[in-house]
Design a binder for this molecule. Structure first.
Ligand SMILES: [Zn+2]
Length: 279
């Protein structure tokens, strides 16, 4: 029997992503603050479709919005690790990275009563140490890489990357990758962002993005019997009116196409059973 899964995921960054880019003045802070306003809309929409989603939350945001995070949990959604701050691991020292990882795990444990099973790096940029740290701290899966579209895989360790020599691939580890893509992330399509001399224009028409997102699921359905497609949204981005209408239409279209909605943790466990790890 064909199985096509969709994982609806949210990175509840609030202002942490903007603050990590040095945007600490009142207006960018308020921009992230809107995430807490949008959250109840999103939780209601997911409930209407009876969908359990995965929410990745930086430790500082759990501390800023404890009640909102309890709400996410009360609706039955998964809570995953998204750093202590929103500074990407690639910009941290190994000590800072491990310290943040541990602090984030403890903050989630306070909230949910258990350590998170999944990790997603802020701004999708792992350091060369991240995989080792995730294995050391007992993570089952991670979701920040783009090496496949709708098929999970095992994360490698020990790659040797050089500009002028062929790539040397390392060995697979037990850590499961649930791949993502910027094309299936709301942020680059929709957010107008100016930092220093760089400008991300965003502000795309939501109907065009919707068409792409539905077609990626359709392509998976047409080309394989089994697959998992992961969508990534941010409450302060997707929570605007026309985008909420888009999200509603997306869930409806996926449902009509026979999608089964699961959390990333469920997806990782399913893949783990299907593709046993051999060292
Ligand atoms: Zn984020």
């Amino acid at each position: 029997m064909n199985r096509h899964y969709a994982c609806i995921t949210f990175d509840f960054d609030a202002m942490s992503g903007l603050v990590a880019r040095g945007l600490t003045t009142p207006t960018p802070v308020s921009r992230g603050e809107f995430g807490a306003v949008a959250l109840p809309r999103i939780l209601d929409l997911l409930k209407r479709y009876d969908i359990k989603a995965s929410f990745f939350i930086p430790g500082v945001v759990i501390g800023t919005y404890p009640r909102e995070c309890e709400q996410i949990l009360a609706y039955g959604h998964e809570i995953g690790h998204h750093g202590w701050t929103h500074v990407p691991p690639a910009n941290l020292t190994p000590e800072q990275e491990e310290d943040g990882l541990i602090r984030g795990i403890e903050k989630i444990r306070e909230l949910t009563g258990a350590a998170p099973r999944g990790y997603r790096s802020p701004s999708w940029d792992l350091s060369t140490y991240t995989v080792e740290l995730l294995l050391r701290h007992g993570f089952l899966y991670e979701s920040s890489m783009m090496g496949n579209d709708h098929e999970p895989y095992r994360v490698r360790q020990g790659d040797v990357v050089s500009v002028d020599e062929p790539m040397q691939f390392g060995k697979p580890t037990p850590l499961i990758e649930l791949p993502i893509s910027w094309t299936l992330d709301d942020f680059p399509h929709f957010e107008y962002l100016r930092v220093g001399q760089s400008l991300a224009p965003g502000l795309q028409n939501a109907s065009g993005v919707l068409e792409n997102w539905v077609n990626d699921f359709e392509y998976m359905r047409q080309t394989c019997d089994w697959g998992i497609l992961t969508y990534t949204c941010h409450p302060y981005v997707i929570g605007r009116g026309h985008r909420m209408i888009m999200l509603d239409k997306l869930l409806k279209s996926l449902q009509e196409k026979g999608a089964q909605f699961i959390t990333l943790e469920q997806a990782a466990r399913m893949y783990d059973e299907r593709s046993l790890f051999h060292a």
